[in-house]
Design a protein around this ligand. Structure first.
Ligand SMILES: [Zn+2]
Ligand SMILES: [Zn+2]
Length: 188
């Protein structure tokens, strides 16, 4: 079965060199849906608690929220960083608190201090799905990711193999056989 969680992400981007209006900087509310597949954990009668999927995913996804997402070869990138630098906000501002840990994958690099994500490919809805899967595939048994933004939508299924050991009392993933939340220990 699947547990399904949805997030809203506010972001700005553009499609550099795209021959349409999307080549101009603009913003969206994107809706990201993550489906996690596993057996139903009999103790709690859930696949996975959705608030725990939220916590795990949002920790990295929040880097995209109220962020600017630009492709690595976009000339807007140095231009915007120069303005941020001049204004003294490139390396952070006291009001910028919703920061996830910086990350770097093959497809994207997050700079939480200036709310910027630099991508290898154009950040289309398809591009976002690839980035999110790369970031979360080792943390969650992801069976499908769907991303919609304006009139654009894309969805990708992923094969799920195996099952995660989860706490029969809290439903969250055990770490080395121990529940990080309640201390439950798996019987050997
Ligand atoms: Zn757009
Ligand atoms: Zn527990």
């Amino acid at each position: 079965m699947r547990s399904i969680t949805t997030f809203d992400i506010q972001y700005a981007h553009r499609f550099y060199k795209f021959k349409g209006e999307a080549q101009y900087l603009h913003g969206h509310t994107g809706v990201l849906t993550i489906e996690v597949e596993d057996t139903v954990n009999p103790g709690v009668n859930m696949v996975f608690p959705c608030n725990e999927i939220q916590k795990t995913a949002w920790n990295v996804i929040k880097n995209f929220d109220h962020a600017l997402i630009l492709r690595e070869d976009d000339p807007l990138l140095p231009a915007i960083l120069a303005v941020y630098e001049q204004q003294g906000i490139k390396d952070g501002a006291p009001t910028n608190q919703m920061k996830g840990p910086a990350f770097k994958t093959e497809l994207a690099t997050a700079y939480p201090d200036c709310r910027l994500v630099v991508t290898k490919e154009t950040m289309t809805v398809e591009g976002m799905i690839k980035i999110v899967y790369e970031l979360l595939k080792d943390k969650l048994n992801i069976a499908r990711i769907t991303f919609t933004s304006g009139v654009n939508a894309a969805s990708q299924e992923y094969p799920v193999s195996g099952t995660m050991d989860r706490c029969p009392l809290c439903g969250i993933a055990l770490k080395d056989g121990v529940c990080p939340k309640c201390g439950y220990r798996k019987q050997k």
